[in-house]
Structure formats: structure tokens, C-alpha cells
Design a protein around this ligand. Sequence first.
Ligand SMILES: Cc1ncc(C[n+]2csc(CCOP(=O)(O)OP(=O)(O)O)c2C)c(N)n1
Length: 276
Amino acid sequence: MTMGAQHEAELQARKIRELVLRCVCHAGAGHTGGALSIVEILTALYFHVLRIDPANPQWPERDRFILSKGHAAVALYAALAARGYFGEALMEEFDRLDSCLQGHPDMLKTPGVDMSTGSLGQGLSAGIGMALAARKLGLGFHTYVLLGDGELQEGQVWEAAMYAGFNKVRRLVAIVDYNKLQLTGRTEATLDIEPLADKWRAFRWRTIECDGHCLPEVIASLEKARDRSEEGPVVIIAHTHKGHGVSFICDRVEWHAKAPSAEELRVALAELGVAE
Ligand SMILES: Cc1ncc(C[n+]2csc(CCOP(=O)(O)OP(=O)(O)O)c2C)c(N)n1
């Protein structure tokens, strides 16, 4: 990746992070920590890897993306807005009763959302269905599923992983947002998921690990995963920090579902180098 391309990607990520912060502050609700930890992953996907057409969200050949950790919906909406699926102004309606931007993603309401999620543990199963449908229909799209590390404590994830590995489900890429925090505390303290890479390997997945905030690394990992998924399912374990990008939110479990005040937003935007 050239220096210029990296700089451009960093600006895209900063835009998404800014939209997330403004949106949760405006709504007074949202999962700020878990949204900020996936900003670079979403930037890499939506601006560099996914074959999509924002003007045609239902294009049958589009790559599919499932935000299995659906509580981080605000980050997905920010990525979709930044990529041009809808105007940024719509973000002001986030989490309102009649809004098309609900607190958790709704595929029937929001352009660009491929799967409704929020009940943790289900996204990988849905992704397998999409990947199998692609093969049956003779379509070449890839399916990407983003999971939380706390979400991996759900048993359904491992049944799906076992199925996909055994059946060598092709063009399926899972990404784990491994920020080591759950809703109430550290993942290792609630139900340890280590040794994580070995677990996926045991389920016959190809495994890649990366720094989930280093854009060139995330993009390279996603491209490698895309190639390797021709043989069978691939997982990227992305090491991240919940609340990344804002010092007083980063790695603080109390920010799981807390929105910043107007003053906290001002400080956060200043840290990002964004004018209020
Ligand atoms: C089936 C189910 N059980 C419980 C919840 C409540 N819940 C929402 S977020 C969350 C923690 C998830 O942790 P993780 O996947 O690591 O997300 P992150 O910390 O990255 O936000 C829980 C338990 C849920 N949404 N679905």
C-alpha cells in the first residue's frame, strides 16, 4: 500500500469514527466501545475489499457482509453513509422508533444491510447459508461475517464453524473483533475463548491474525483471506481495542453501551483532529 493510499484510508476511518461519535451523542444511545473497535475493519471492507455498488444495494452479485455483533450497528451505518448508501443526515435519526436506522441492523429497513442481527451467535450460520446459496446459484460473491469475541461464547458459533470447516464452505470469511472485552468485563474472566487460533484451526479453518487497527495490515489480511477462501473458510482474528481512537473510552468496559455527553464529544473530536 502506498503512503498516499494509506493516508486516504486513514481519513476514511476517521470519518467513520467521527460519524459514530456524533451519532451516539445525538441519540444519547448506542454501543460506543464496540463500534469504535471495528472502524478500521469496516473501512477496509467498505472502501477496499467488498465488491459492492451503493447505487444498487440489491445487486445479486454483490459481496455480502453480516455484522453478527449487531449491537455495533452505528458503526455499520456510519460506514454505509460514508460509502454513499444514504446521506449522513440520516444518522441523526439513529435509534428512533420509526427510523430505518434501528439500534440493531434490520435488513428490511436499511439499504446495504444484508442480514438482521442483534441476537448474538447467529450471523455465521446465516453467512454459511449465503455462501452455499452463491454456489447453488452459480454466483461468484464472497460472504464476510464480523463477530465479537464475547459473541464467540455462544455455542451456535461453534456448530456453524464445525459445519463450514468440515464442508469446506468456499468464499466465506469470518472476522473476529478480538478486543478482549465483553459487556461486563474481560472475555477471559467471563468465559475464556483461548487458545482462539488453535480452536478455529481444529475446526478446519485457515487462520490469519492481524492488528485490527492497522489499515494496511487489515486490508492485506482481507485480501489474503479472499484468495485463500477459494479452498475453504478463512477466519481473521483481528486484535483490537474496544473504544479505539478516543483515550477516555479505549479499553473501558463502562463504555460498552454508553453515549458521550456534548462535552465528551467535543474532547473526543479534538483528539481525532476533527473540528466540532
Ligand atoms: C444472544 C444474546 N445474548 C446476550 C446479548 C446481550 N449482549 C449485547 S452485547 C453483549 C456483549 C458482547 O461482547 P462482544 O461480542 O465482545 O462485543 P463487543 O465487546 O465487541 O461490543 C451482550 C452479552 C445479545 N445481544 N444476544
